[in-house]
Design a protein around this ligand. Structure first.
Ligand SMILES: C[S@@+](CC[C@H](N)C(=O)[O-])C[C@H]1O[C@@H](n2cnc3c(N)ncnc32)[C@H](O)[C@@H]1O
Length: 254
């Protein structure tokens, strides 16, 4: 997704820095992390190409077969992604979750961080190769499990099981991402939650006029518009947008 709008992305970086009155201390590491964004852009471009020929599952699987870390999220060379995971976990309500789900977990790096905040965590990803890799990386963690699965086709057996669902940088890959698809995915995610459960949604966000960021905004708006979710808090950070929602079946039923 990055690849198409690379010029917009760099304009976004400039605009963000220029407009940021409360520049975050870790913005200083940005020059080193530009490599991360470029490599991610290459991965996204490859996936977009392959997806047209072979479909989504095959495209993501190929990315994970070709590289151990397609978005260089685990590389010690780049700090952005690790800091972002920490920041996302810090946005969660201060409670110990019973059963957390990381949807589109990739290598399970965020899943591992969630393991410190929940009794059990399940990571699901469309690419079996990502799941194999995530299992290897989390081998020492007894409360973490992974399984292959498609957000668009999750088993009903998962419904109502999770008091936390995290969806980070996944939904903008759904194709097509029209209103109908988005509406049903949002409802499906609500189904996964226990009454009053928490959903953390995060997507990259550079600046309001950039096309990628508009897609992210559209995804967050679809959650906001769903009567089954109440917004608890919204956070705009460098370079992501995160919203914490609470499932509100109980309150609606009351
Ligand atoms: C950019 S990575 C983000 C991974 C992880 N959430 C993170 O923040 O590190 C996007 C992930 O979404 C997964 N994905 C894409 N479409 C999916 C779908 N329909 N169902 C489940 N996972 C999907 C991809 O395989 C990939 O691992």
């Amino acid at each position: 997704m990055f690849a198409t709008y690379l010029p917009g992305f760099f304009a976004g970086i400039g605009a963000f820095i220029a407009s940021s009155r409360r520049a975050e201390p870790w913005l200083a590491m940005l020059p080193a992390d530009i490599g991360l964004f470029l490599k991610s852009a290459r991965t996204d471009a490859k996936i977009a190409r392959l997806r047209k020929e072979q479909g989504s599952q095959a495209a993501f699987e190929a990315a994970y077969r070709e590289s151990d870390d397609p978005w260089v999220s685990a590389s010690p060379r780049y700090r952005y992604q690790g800091l972002k995971y920490d920041r996302l976990v810090a946005l969660l309500p201060a409670t110990r979750f019973r059963y957390a789900l990381d949807l589109g977990c990739g290598l399970g790096l965020l899943t591992q961080k969630l393991a410190a905040r929940a009794e059990r965590v399940l990571g699901i990803d469309i690419a079996p190769a990502a799941i194999e890799n995530a299992r290897r990386r989390a081998a020492g963690l007894g409360n973490v499990a992974f399984q292959a699965g498609d957000i668009l086709n999750l088993p009903a057996s998962l419904d109502g099981k999770f008091d936390l669902v995290v969806v980070a940088d996944v939904l903008y890959y759904l194709s097509p991402l029209d209103e109908g698809v988005l509406e049903s995915v949002v409802a499906r995610i609500a189904d996964l939650l226990t009454p009053n459960g928490t959903c953390l949604l995060a997507n990259h966000f550079f600046f309001a006029a950039d096309p990628d960021s508009r897609v992210s905004r559209k995804i967050h708006r679809a959650f906001e518009a769903c009567p089954r979710f109440a917004v608890m808090s919204e956070h705009r950070r460098a370079f992501f947008l995160a919203t914490v929602f609470s499932e509100r079946r109980l309150r609606l039923a009351a």
